[in-house]
Design a protein around this ligand. Structure first.
Ligand code: ATP
Ligand code: MG
Length: 127
């Protein structure tokens, strides 16, 4: 299975190889997370970081992982060129990410301010 913890090891290698400085904040070991949700979060993080390396030209990338009683939240922020408006996307990575997230009632929010910020969210409905 694609554990988030393992994916974080992988993205650190990718960012390191691309000579992009980074920080990983928050709790990388998720507790009581359904495998499907952990898979979707891991795939989303992988695509987000692949995009930072491929497209951003960033020198720094910040990753925040939060698990609260009502949601999982991953924020990926870079200080690169910023992202164009969504209607001009040509690839399928972000579209695929959004579709997978929506499949688990989650969401993808994209901001372009001094670089790019992605908010990857999945609600926790079991309370
Ligand atoms: P694919 O993911 O299918 O291999 P892709 O990476 O080009 O192709 P998306 O992941 O959907 O496609 O991203 C869409 C576009 O948004 C990219 O082509 C790129 O122009 C832009 N983009 C994505 N992430 C970033 C980023 N972190 N910084 C700058 N531009 C970005
Ligand atoms: Mg992509």
């Amino acid at each position: 299975g694609a554990k988030l913890k393992d994916e974080i090891v992988h993205i650190k290698q990718i960012l390191g190889a691309a000579q992009i400085a980074f920080e990983v904040k928050g709790n990388t070991e998720l507790s009581e997370t359904p495998l499907l949700i952990e898979n979707v979060l891991s795939m989303s993080l992988k695509e987000a970081i692949t995009n930072v390396v491929k497209h951003s030209g960033a020198t720094f990338c910040s990753i925040l992982i939060e698990q609260s009683h009502n949601e999982w939240h991953i924020k990926v922020e870079d200080d690169g060129v910023g992202i164009p408006k969504e209607d001009s996307f040509t690839g399928h990575g972000l579209q695929g990410m959004r579709e997978r997230l929506e499949f688990v009632n989650g969401s993808l929010e994209i901001e372009s301010v001094n670089g790019t910020v992605l908010h990857i969210r999945v609600p926790n409905v079991i309370q």
